[in-house]
Write a new protein. Sequence first.
Length: 318
Amino acid sequence: IGGVGSIIAFLPNIFLLFFIIAFFEDTGYMARASFVMDEVMHKMGLHGKSFIPMVMGFGCNVPAILATRTLDTHKDRILTILVNPLISCSARLPIYILFAGIFFPEYQGLVIFSLYTLGILLAFIMGNIFKRLFFKGEETHLIMELPPYHMPVIKNILRISWHRSFLFLKKAGTVIFASVVVVWILSSLPPGVEYGSADSYLGRIGQFIAPIFKPAGFGFYQAAVALLAGVMAKEQVVSTLGALFGINLKTALSTVFNPVSAYAFMVMSLIYIPCVATIAAIKQEAGWKWALFTTTYTLVLGWLMAVIFYQIGRIIFL
């Protein structure tokens, strides 16, 4: 219950994010934004119509990837799918709020903004790299009908925002609850071990994985287990940490992280392996080859970026 409660506490922030996206959708601005952003998206290696799926990614990467079927060419669909997981979805926001609130209370908004910006910059960089690797020389041009602007209907916006927030909450009450139960069982076995200790089954799994993250500053099993759980759903990073550390989560995190390693952990959470629902969506729209490729490159890129930020930050600030 504590693990799920850790997620529900962030529901107002999630609702606000969905409200902003729904507002722009209801004004008719999104379609015009595709036309306005066409030149910028081409610099990213993408098409102007890719702008809408990319913006949708701030809410959830799954519908964003499904929305790529509206793009005209195979090249545009694949490129948009490959870089979309780098756009920070709403499920990652609770991680940022938790860690930024603990380690950067005076600059919380700036730190969270920097992570969203980092995701966009990486999408630009990787989009150009993938275009040169897989679709060199292919160019497409934007032709579309622009709808008129109209005043948004607040009732519609609130309904859409609540529906999307409810789906988020439903996810927290079903998939995440089941996962927290699994975490609780593995943290309690074998009989006689202290809950969540390194001697528990979960602790042993985490200890096996943890050394990989030592160069990034969080080479302890709780962080490794949380990231592993986050592959199922990014919301589970916070809920798993809550299940492992208990009710004094903020106090516990402040003892095992420092500001530099906390930021590196947020960078890793931003970039590494998409959740299983996103991977399934990629498989559905592009096939297993691209799903496995996305899983691999985001894991490697996430680890590299976390290590780079931690090592540079350690030299400068620690």
